[in-house]
Structures are given as structure tokens and as C-alpha cells.
Design a protein around this ligand. Sequence first.
Ligand code: ZN
Length: 425
Amino acid sequence: MLDCLIRGVNLPDGRKGVDIAINEGRIVEVAPCIGAKAAQEIDASGCLATPPFVDSHFHMDATLTYGQPRINESGTLLEGIALWGELKPHLTVEAIKERARQLCRWAIAKGTLAIRSHVDIGDERLLAVQALLDIREEFKPYIDLQLVAFPQDGYLRHEKNRGNMERALDMGVDVVGGIPHFERTMAEGALSVKLLCELAERRGLPVDMHCDESDDPLSRHVETLAYHANRLRLQGRVTGSHLTSMHSMDNYYVSKLIPLMKEAGLNAVANPLINITLQGRHDTYPKRRGMTRVKELMAAGINVSFGHDCVMDPWYSFGSHDMLEVAHMGLHVAQMTGVAEMRRMFDAVTVNGARTLGLEGYGLEPGCRGDMVIIQAGDVHEALRLRPPRLYVIRRGRIVSRMMPAVARVSLGNAVYEVDFRYPA
Ligand SMILES: [Zn+2]
């Protein structure tokens, strides 16, 4: 007797009507019409099954603080940073944990079972670090939560942050972060990248930096990050987040930069919802979109994944932690509307994210972990178009969330039509 058997699903690669068998937390078979019996059987005929969504870049310490202590009136990055500064002295471990728990429940309901969250280490008390380490343990059965030690107000810009970084890593934070474009000078930014990469190398940890989150075409920290990743042989373990300056860079320079990133095995993370709202604010018209060069990076064979970055925090007043919403925005901003390109946008919130995070056993093949999401859509295109209910979210072969299908009943005269927006009906 198997633990769980899911019947008749379509897969992101185009296979249709297959069954997926899960036993002892792992997928044991993927094939049409599996004959075995299971303790839990789910008929999901015609629905899409995907490995769980992965959020490659988030800020769980700031999430769900909308309106605390006040709303970001201008909606800009700078007012957001000021607001976060006003809020920080009032934070408590328990308040951060309570908001993080709520966000994790939202994420699970949307089928996101892996999140890499940055955590601000700028506060001497490291309250947010302690709170999110607790949440990482509490939610371990449900979510793979990775934490990045993030010096929000600069690593070299404030003396205290060098010590705070070491203490946060000693406490068990998983990844070394940074914010080179926020240091005082370009040279200080480059020095911070060097020191933080060396720190990661000494401790055997990955690196994930907010890197060049600006519209400055001359910012060069991505290049520096790639250089040190290569020099210290950290290929595959270093991630550049945001990289929005690349949007504005000279094309000739980018033609040198992208191969350098490829050589260094850099992962790139774009945050479409946030980049499109926060960048280009100094422009009149034409107004830059600010998102990094997703299409070109992917074409060069660089692993590109997407993050949600923010949900109802000082920087962003929207969101329900839905990675399909992120992929939908990314697809529009990057103009990835070709058939193969749409599939890549789905990859950016699933398999590519798993690669950025280095997740073990991710996927829908035998031997992979028994984690998946059943979506009220027939294929990847429909999932992106409708961002519909996640009917079942499964972790290690057990249902951790379920949702009713969304169907409207439209009454026209004597006729009643059920409308679920799927095509063909
Ligand atoms: Zn961020």
C-alpha cells in the first residue's frame, strides 16, 4: 500500500494524464495508470502538477508590516528604507515570528515550499535573526527556509555590521549577504564584495548579495562579484540579486560582463514586482523598467530565478506571496511571450529557483521528494494566464493545503453557465 497516489495529472514538460505515486516521502513512480493502491488517492484529472514553487529572494523580517508605523506615502525605495528605520527600534522577536508564521501559511497555500529570505543584521540585538532562525525550525516539516545575513544599511558603512555579520553566521544563518551599491564609494562597494566572498569561502557558505539595485549604468559590482566567485572557486554557490543596473548598462560592456558571469557560475535573481515599481523613478520619459536582462542571461545559459522580495512591507503594499504572480509580471516586463519563453518563466519560479537554493531531491521524477502542487489549470500557459487556485499542496506525500476550484455561475435568462476561464471550456 502506497502513502499517496495522484491520478491523471499533466506535467510542466507537456506529458498528459500520468499518475504519480509517493511512498515514505519520496516519489516512487511516474507513469500512466499505476495499478497500486494507496492510503490517500487524489483524482486530479486534467490538472497541472508541478514541483513546489521556490521564492529565491524574500524579506521575511519586514513582511506584513504594512501601515506600521505608517504607510509609505510616496511608494519609493528611499521612503521605504526610512520607514523600515522607524519601525526597527519597535520590533520584538515575538511580533516578527507572528508575522512570519502568517506569511508562511500564505506561502504554503500558494504552493511555495522553499524560500530564501534575507534577514537584516543591522540591529545589534539581532532580534530578527533569532526570530527567523526559530521560524526556520518551526516550519522545517513544511518549508525549506534559507536565511541570508543581510547588512541592509551597508557592511563597511557601519562598523557594527562586521561583527553582527560574524555573530549572525555563528548563530546559524545559512548564506552571506551584502549590499555593495549602498556602501559609500564604488571602491568601498568592491572591497565589501571581496571581504564577504572571502568570509563565505572561509566558512564554506554560499553568497547572495543585493547587487547593483540601482539605475546607475556605471555600477560595476556584478563584475566584481563574478570576479571573486571565480577567483575563490565558488562557482554555483554565488548569487547576484536584483542586478537592475544591468538594465541601464552600455550594450558593449554587457557583452563582456555576461560571459564573465557565466564563467563564474553566478546565479542571477530578478524580482519583477519590485524592480518594475522601484526602479526608473528618476526618469521622466522614456521610463526604464529596471529589471535585469533576464532574456539575455537565460540565453547565455546563466541560471536565472525570480523572487517575490516583498509582501505588504515598507517597500511594497501588494501581494499574497504568489510566485505565479511573480512569473506573470516577469513574463510581461521581460517580454518573454514566446512559447518556449513562457515555459522558462515558469522555470524561474520552480526548477531554476531550486538550483539557486541548492535544494536536494527537487522535481517530479522517481527518487525526488514527494512535494508538489496541483493547480486548477491544464498546462503551464494556463497556470500563468489565470494564476488559479492551488487545489492541493503536498509535502513529503501529505496534503498540507487544499483549496476549492474557482468556478462562477453565470445566469443568462434561463441558462446557467459554469465559468472557470479555462480554454477550451
Ligand atoms: Zn531584497
